[in-house]
Design a protein around this ligand. Structure first.
Ligand SMILES: Nc1nc2c(c(=O)[nH]1)N[C@H]1C(S)=C(S)[C@@H](COP(=O)(O)O)O[C@H]1N2
Ligand SMILES: [Mo]
Length: 403
């Protein structure tokens, strides 16, 4: 057993040199000497390892059907959100819809009103695209999000999937859009019957009538069996459980585009149909609730996205905005998708304020909180894309800036 104890001495020595290596020390247990046991059987549909515990944060309200759950952004690798961790936002819970009886109606200002079954839709040429969906209420000041303790609660109403379905422009050209048509009304089959008006120009451009998410059917929470995916636009217009599209010459002025999802400006007027999600980014490591164990090497990482196209640049400051450095952008760097950024960092053990600033391909630069409040007043709710600083304290704990 001499070898074993010298190995242990080595591990203890390296552990003393660097706190980061302590996790390499192996537990010595019966597995090392004992008989090799045969593993578990194969299974028809996989589950993650029993040791993995990342979960969505559920609403704190008593009614779990109405509200939102948040993606654990700090625990996600790369840019794709696992379907089981995609954030959820439901106005009336998740309906159970049998795809065999589900129909999509296209009517209104069209030459040929059409009804599609799911089989009809799956027979048509398909498109796939990776893009984010972000709730307009993400980082909602009313939820206290700027001071939220974790990045999951402050920014977790954004997720990114590969979506597959039929291009909406194909369905509309099958139906034959009449001259003078300018909008479409989309309606869901949930109890809320969510309805949103969408400009025809976007409908003819890049909207997907999606049945697939990350290689399999949509999850019930994401709109099974059919939803709209509207790249770069606020989450609310991505109507789930889609059952009806009506072509019209004007917007419908539904509840969700009048009483909700408008932006009250300082002069008392309200902005309406603010569809595009502007460039935004957030550091996910180090972020609120995490703990740096000791001074030394770390990789700052996070996510950036823009509803106007590709992310062109992400800068990082570790001194409260005094100086900025360019972060590396990981490939793939897709338009209207989450983009991963990284920057090596040596933490010297002193208090640090870490933040990221994104620029998209149009040259738009993510604003500070102060700049956003100056433009929109203190009472706006939606479309808060401001820079989000995190404070690393001398003991290594990470809090929001106020904390
Ligand atoms: N039919 C229907 N569609 C809906 C909603 C809904 O409640 N009902 N919620 C909307 C909102 S506010 C958002 S942010 C997105 C959320 O999509 P997700 O739950 O797949 O993340 O769906 C939108 N589509
Ligand atoms: Mo939303």
């Amino acid at each position: 057993m001499a070898g074993k104890s010298s190995r242990r001495r080595f591990l203890e020595a390296t552990a003393a040199l660097s706190g980061a290596l302590t996790s390499c020390q192996r537990a010595e247990g019966p597995e090392e000497e004992g008989p090799r046991r045969i593993g578990k059987p194969l299974r028809a549909y996989g589950e993650r390892s029993e040791f993995e515990k990342s979960v969505r944060a559920l609403p704190t309200t008593k009614i779990l059907e109405v509200g939102q759950s948040y993606t654990p952004l700090a625990e996600i690798y790369g840019i794709i959100t696992p379907s089981a961790l995609h954030y959820e936002r439901h106005h009336s819970g998740v309906p159970t819809i049998d795809p065999a009886t589900h129909r999509l109606l296209i009517h209104g200002m069209v030459e040929r009103p059409l009804i599609f079954t799911m089989d009809d839709l799956r027979r048509l040429p398909s498109v796939s695209r990776v893009c984010f969906i972000e709730c307009a209420g993400n980082t909602h000041l009313g939820y206290g999000a700027r001071d939220a303790p974790t990045v999951q609660l402050s920014h977790g109403l954004v997720s990114c999937s590969e979506w597959t379905g039929v291009s909406l422009s194909l369905l509309l050209s099958e139906a034959g859009v009449q001259p003078g048509a300018k909008w479409i009304l989309a309606e869901g089959a949930d109890a809320a019957k969510m309805q949103r008006s969408i400009p025809l120009e976007k409908a003819m451009n890049d909207i997907i009538v999606a049945y697939g998410q990350n290689g399999e059917a949509l999850r019930p929470e994401q709109g099974y069996p059919l939803r709209l995916v509207i790249p770069g636009w606020e989450g609310n217009v991505n109507v789930k459980w889609l059952r009806r599209l009506k072509v019209t010459d004007q917007p419908y002025m539904t509840r969700d585009e009048t009483a909700k999802y408008t932006d009250l400006m300082p002069d008392g007027t309200a902005r309406q149909f603010t569809f595009v999600m502007e460039a935004k980014s957030v550091v996910t490591f180090p972020s609120g609730g995490q703990k740096l164990r000791a001074p030394g090497f770390y990789e700052i990482t996070g996510l950036a996205w823009s509803g106007r196209g590709r992310i062109e640049r992400v800068e990082i400051s570790t001194d409260g905005g005094g100086t900025w450095q360019d972060a590396g952008l990981s490939e793939p760097r897709l338009p209207m998708a989450l983009t991963r950024f990284r920057l090596p960092w040596r933490w010297d053990g002193r208090e640090a304020v870490v933040q990221s600033r994104a620029t998209d391909e149009t040259g738009y630069v993510q604003p500070t909180h102060e700049a956003l409040v100056a433009a929109r007043g203190p009472h706006y709710e939606y479309h808060n894309n401001c820079i989000r600083p995190w404070r690393v304290l001398a003991d290594g704990s990470v809090t929001d800036v106020a904390g």
